[in-house]
Write a protein that binds this ligand. Structure first.
Ligand SMILES: [Fe+2]
Length: 389
């Protein structure tokens, strides 16, 4: 029997190399648009094309850049700019932070007060679901934010947090996924974001809330990831790069659909508070945490004889390891962990971000296992972080 599920997705999904060229046709012609991008995007050919296209079509816009993860202050000041310019829609082009900022600004233009008042676990108000129409255009293949209904807002310093503004209506109305936009992505960003997408696919696949629908999406996402994971090796791929960028971009989108519907696990349950405490990119936090978390997960699943979940991990490993669905087994689970170790070993270590032993209890206290099939204790979660310093 197929168990019940609900799904809230983009109304309009456009995928394909070169699809960003359609943005001037897609944006609202009814009034001014607020465009949010990262700083690097201004040097790209895609930005030149977009600017030319908007000017040619006579579309008015205000452009703002975002650096780092959006804070409540950043969102509030962008909302003021959007209101002052009477923006009628938002176009966000960038990594997960830019897309999350876009979602939050589009929503908060239609809500009173500061975004902090509406954040889960922080504020006391519930968002009503009103939002400006938004187009999300990812330039990294990782978070899948273009598919999800939440915007992650971070506050660092005193009383740090990383919390979501969430409502079904905040799924971006339109997502334009153009893998060509990820072609210039630096190697360390491709690697960390790709590992974030992989963690999202695996954690939602083995989640206690997984459904037939999310399992189908996760399996296809893992197949696509397996066919694109040479990108994470950093080697020159020549003409193969384009097709692998396409596979990774779609894998990341599917990971967003999966996490929005099935939830995540301990890697993300720790990455949130870790990212609130240290200014560490989300993808990097997930990539580094994946190694100790998945290693102990496999051990505990074996002790509990949880073959159903081990089989799912074997499937994931087989896609990466052999690009094959044929007879996944224990060796594929080991290879999955080996690949995670290999990739994480090429990234900046956690100590570079200043994590100290004295910080760990605070981070672990704010962490959880989300929907992991194994309920790791406080001391086990503490140990995951200790292994990284
Ligand atoms: Fe993530």
């Amino acid at each position: 029997m197929v168990s019940a599920f609900r799904h809230k997705g983009n109304s309009n999904l456009i995928f394909g190399a070169g699809s960003a060229a359609s943005l001037p046709e897609l944006v609202s012609k009814e009034g001014l648009i607020l465009i949010l991008t990262g700083g690097h995007f201004l040097q790209s050919q895609a930005w030149t094309l977009l600017e030319t296209g908007l000017k040619k079509a006579g579309i008015a816009y205000v452009h703002e850049t975002i650096s780092g993860e959006p804070s409540p202050d950043t969102v509030d000041s962008l909302v003021e700019i959007a209101r002052g310019a009477a923006a009628v829609s938002v176009l966000a082009i960038g990594g997960g932070s830019v897309l999350d900022a876009g979602k939050a600004v589009a929503a908060m233009v239609c809500h009173e007060g500061s975004v902090i008042e509406y954040l889960e676990g922080v504020g006391t108000r519930l968002p009503g679901g009103r939002t400006l129409p938004m187009i999300a255009v990812p330039t990294t293949a990782g978070t899948g934010s273009e598919a999800t209904k939440n915007a992650v807002i971070s506050k660092h310093g005193d009383s740090p947090f990383k919390k979501s503004l969430r409502h079904d209506a905040f799924v971006p109305a339109t997502a334009v996924i153009d893998p060509e936009l990820t072609l210039g992505c630096p190697m360390n960003v491709t690697l960390a974001c790709g590992m974030d997408a992989l963690c999202q696919l695996i954690e939602s696949y083995i989640s206690t809330r997984a459904t037939l629908f999310t399992n189908m999406l996760a399996k296809e996402g893992l197949r696509l990831f397996g066919s694109a994971c040479e990108l994470l090796s950093g080697e020159e791929l020549g003409i193969n790069e384009e097709s692998q960028r396409g596979s990774l971009a779609l894998a990341a989108y599917l990971s967003g659909l999966c996490l929005a519907n099935a939830g995540l696990g301990t890697v993300h349950g720790l990455a949130g508070p870790l990212g609130a405490h240290l200014e560490i990119p989300h993808g990097l936090a997930c990539a580094l945490l994946a190694v100790p978390v998945f290693r102990l997960l496999v051990k505990r699943l074996s002790q509990d004889s949880n073959q159903a979940v081990l089989d799912k991990l074997a499937f994931a490993g087989a896609q990466i390891n052999r690009g094959s669905n044929a007879n996944p087994g224990a060796r594929d689970v080991e290879c999955l962990i080996d690949h995670l170790e290999n990739w994480a070993g090429r990234l900046r270590p956690l100590v570079d971000y200043g994590l100290e032993r004295s910080d760990i209890n605070l981070i672990v206290s704010a962490s959880d296992n989300k929907n992991s099939p194994v309920n790791f204790s406080y001391s086990e979660r503490r140990e995951f972080l200790l292994q990284l310093i």
